[in-house]
Design a protein around this ligand. Structure first.
Ligand SMILES: Cc1ncc(COP(=O)(O)O)c(C=O)c1O
Length: 369
């Protein structure tokens, strides 16, 4: 039986093996392993990713969770403050709010596109609200025009969680550049992934760039000068040079994801499932291809019987995880959590593998004779 993984990173790594090995060897020869301010590999990647994102600054850090935390710390958000986050996202979005001592306030999702529902943000704002963290979930840009105008009206910061949306745009503008800062994860399976943990913050604000850099390097302002309490969350030389080697391929990889998604959408449209709806004026980069079905678990089992791996991103709204334990209702997020199913999608996914997924889904809805 053909085994189909949800994501296959071997294919991109086989193609890039020589470039990646050369990049690693160069760092080993130079000895520039740690991402302190002078590390040339980190500086090079930061420069390249800022330019790719059309942002003035990029600050590398250890992972995407830290990236959010560093941005919030740089904005001096802390105890007593509230931060609005979507009810449906990966735990890091809300976890980082708690890590700085602030309180996450959850807002339900849009029924159509899984991102935060801007109409529900104003009722969640209180005198303690300091920021909104929209998440471009699955690669779909959140409605940044509506979100930024709410933020402006209420004098709130916006930190975009771009961990799943490298290269996506909204109204032609790269995500991560709408708010005060954009944060990225380079977890290996992301649209741009390192070979380990890595992340970054992009911003057009010099003060946020300087502060996040400093906090990520023990609050250091000089070789042995520390003028604020920081931590160690540096991007390392090896991951930075691997990311530089991979960044060149990101536009082509995103295009491939969009082609695979378009093929799924055209071939699955007659099935009784809900297919992803791409937001108006948004370019969706399909980190995940997520369908919805009332019979999600049966469908998942029938794909698994054919050797096809699927995912559930995510099985519970965040406020209903025991760590947050809210009794508030999030009807849209709860319905989505019970219905979502992620199908295999990754660059270089062979056509016949995608066809096998499509035929297997169709067969799941065909009554056996
Ligand atoms: C939406 C979102 N935010 C934040 C993160 C955190 O990234 P990392 O795993 O690099 O800490 C992830 C990673 O899965 C994510 O998907």
């Amino acid at each position: 039986m053909t085994k189909v993984p949800l994501v296959d990173l071997h294919l991109q790594h086989e193609i890039l093996a020589d470039d990646i090995e050369a990049a690693i060897k160069e760092v080993i020869a130079s000895g520039a392993f740690i991402g302190t301010a002078a590390n040339p590999f980190v500086k090079k990647f930061e420069h390249e990713f800022a330019s790719f994102s059309q942002a003035e600054h990029c600050v590398g850090c250890a992972n995407g969770t830290d990236a959010i935390e560093l941005a919030l710390r740089a904005l001096e958000i802390g105890p007593g403050d509230e931060v609005i986050v979507p009810a449906r996202t990966w735990v890091s979005t809300a976890e980082s709010v708690v890590l700085v001592g602030a309180t996450p306030v959850f807002v339900d999702s849009c029924p159509t596109d899984h991102t935060i529902d801007p109409d529900l943000i104003p009722p969640a704002i209180t005198s303690r609200t300091k920021a909104i963290i929209p998440v471009h979930l699955y690669g779909q840009p959140a409605r940044m025009d509506a979100i930024c105008s709410i933020a402006k009206k209420h004098n709130l910061y916006v930190v975009e969680d771009c961990a799943q949306s490298h290269g996506a745009t909204f109204k032609g503008k790269p995500i991560g550049t709408f708010g005060d800062a954009g944060t990225f994860s380079f977890f290996p399976g992301k649209n741009l992934g390192a070979l380990g943990d890595a992340g970054c913050i992009i911003t057009n604000n010099q003060s946020i760039a300087t502060k996040t850099k400093r906090i990520s390097d023990h609050g250091r302002s000089g070789k042995a000068d520390h003028d604020l309490i920081g931590r160690n969350s540096r991007l390392d030389g090896i991951q930075a040079s691997i990311l530089s080697a991979k960044l060149k391929h990101l536009p082509e990889w995103n295009k491939t994801r969009q082609q695979i998604a378009a093929n799924y959408i055209s071939q699955l449209q007659d099935l009784p499932i809900d297919l992803p709806k791409i937001g108006e004026e948004a370019s969706h980069v399909f980190h995940l291809f997520v369908i919805e079905s009332d019979d999600r678990d049966t469908l998942r089992q029938s794909l698994s019987d054919k050797g096809i791996a699927t995912g559930i991103h995510y099985p519970k709204p965040l406020p209903h995880l025991s760590v947050f334990d809210s009794s508030n209702e999030y009807p849209v997020a709860s319905r989505q959590a019970n219905r979502v199913l992620s199908l295999p999608i990754y660059p270089y996914m062979p056509d016949q593998i995608q066809q096998h997924v499509i035929e297997s889904l169709k067969a799941a809805f065909t009554p056996s004779p």
